[in-house]
Design a protein around this ligand. Structure first.
Ligand code: SF4
Length: 218
């Protein structure tokens, strides 16, 4: 990360953390004080909660590559999808709270084990905590690309804060129908926020570009 990017990250992380005082960092806008561990819809206070971190071979092939994607599975979620494959930790909260330094160390461990990237799964509700932990990790030598792997229930203005920080976006676009979004994810305004948020991601990084890494299918 260049000096300019690091400056940007520090600024974004400080501003984002302040927003937790009356949390409206996702479309739910619960307005709870997460700095004091008050809980909103995502049931997450100040400390990030993590279920596991692994070298994931089963991510999209260009992300997993040959050495795995350094995936961090974050507990809890700002959606409540009835079909969620990560139900135990996205809905039931399996996992444990960690300090920012520990989350940073997970990233460094994944890099040291040879992973191609750091892949934050379900990052939306702890985006400020991720930025703070990234500061620590980058200071200690984290250099591999960052993947923001989101269910897509995002505010475009929060995605703007990630401009120049995230390298790859892996968003879902789950619903075009408010009724279905309400029925299956309790998020009737999903399409309204998801579309401009994904547009902002595209503005920042454009479409995916693939190299010819050995071992990957053409
Ligand atoms: S991140 Fe959590 S507390 Fe904040 S607005 Fe979204 S659901 Fe509510």
């Amino acid at each position: 990360m260049s000096r300019d990017k690091l400056k940007k990250l520090k600024k974004a992380s400080a501003s984002a953390l302040k927003l937790l005082e009356s949390c409206a960092i996702c479309p739910r806008k619960c307005r709870v004080n997460r700095l004091k561990d008050k809980l909103g819809f995502c049931k997450t206070g100040l400390k990030p909660k993590v279920c596991s971190f692994i070298s994931h071979q089963g991510e999209e092939p260009p992300i997993s590559g040959t050495k795995g994607s350094g995936t961090i599975f974050i507990s809890n979620c700002n959606m409540s999808c009835s079909y969620c494959q990560n139900y135990e930790f996205s809905q039931l909260g399996q996992g444990r709270e960690v300090e920012f330094e520990e989350l940073a160390q997970f990233m460094l461990d994944l890099q040291n084990s040879g992973c191609h990237n750091i892949n934050f799964v379900t990052p939306t509700h702890i985006m400020p905590q991720i930025l703070k932990s990234l500061e620590i990790a980058i200071d200690k030598g984290l250099r591999i690309p960052l993947v923001y792997n989101t269910g897509g229930y995002e505010l475009p203005e929060m995605i703007q804060m990630l401009d120049g920080i995230m390298d790859i976006y892996l968003p879902d676009m789950r619903y075009a129908s408010n009724d279905l979004a309400k029925k299956y994810s309790n998020a009737p305004d999903y399409p309204k926020y998801n579309r401009p948020a994904v547009k902002e991601m595209h503005r920042q990084v454009g479409i995916a570009k693939f190299d010819k890494a050995p071992g990957l299918a053409e």
